[in-house]
Design a protein. Structure first.
Ligand code: 5GP
Length: 191
């Protein structure tokens, strides 16, 4: 094994269980990997902590971090809402010899894979179908029809990026998806 850690990229449309899969793998602890905490200018949700889920920055602070070259990549994932991967976060973890896991949107995922090449693996988690995602959102009953349409549109756009990832895993059955991602990562980190 090389002294430096490698980069693990996980991307998925919203509502596909990406965070659940990452958290399950981190909790199992079978793969040596640490979570890269991104920066964002969105407000914390209830229970989210600064420095744990994200570094929550003001618009001004986010702009300053861009100007200072602190980001490996950043994207406006939703209108006015920015998210970025901090160079310092990746370097700190890989320099200590650990693998780093990134939970980032599809564009960011493709960009980081391009930058790190063989030192990175990219995994795309996808819903069984757009229709299944739509049904799940309708079934949940928490979204207005407009919001459902917006999320489904965004999911269609994100799914179109799947072929650019090293691996695509369909999350039909959560336990199966976790096992599949785990196998991919064990194989990659053993190389
Ligand atoms: P949320 O607001 O639900 O936490 O995240 C929204 C989206 O932003 C998710 O798809 C998440 O993967 C993505 N995201 C989180 N951090 C980053 C980042 O550092 N860079 C990019 N490009 N996307 C990110």
């Amino acid at each position: 094994m090389s002294a430096k850690g490698k980069v693990i990229i996980i991307s998925a449309p919203s509502g596909c269980g990406k965070s659940t899969i990452i958290n399950a793998l981190l909790a199992k602890g079978e793969i040596d990997m640490q979570f890269s905490v991104s920066a964002t200018n969105r407000k914390p949700r209830e229970g989210e902590k600064h420095g744990v889920n994200y570094y929550f920055l003001s618009d001004e602070e986010f702009r300053r971090a861009i100007d200072a070259g602190e980001f490996v990549e950043y994207e406006e994932v939703y209108p006015g809402r920015y998210y970025g991967t901090l160079r310092g976060e990746i370097d700190r973890i890989v320099d200590a010899g650990h693998n780093v896991v990134l939970d980032i949107d599809v564009k960011g995922g493709v960009n980081v894979k391009r930058m790190y090449g063989d030192e990175a693996v990219s995994v795309f988690i996808q819903p069984p179908s757009v229709e299944a995602l739509r049904q799940r959102l309708i079934g949940r009953g928490t979204e207005t029809p407009e919001a459902i349409a917006q999320r489904v549109d965004r999911a269609e756009f994100e799914i179109s990026y799947a072929p650019q990832f090293d691996h695509a895993v369909v999350n039909d059955d959560l336990d199966k998806a976790i096992a599949e991602v785990s196998d991919i990562l064990k194989d990659f980190t053993a190389r």
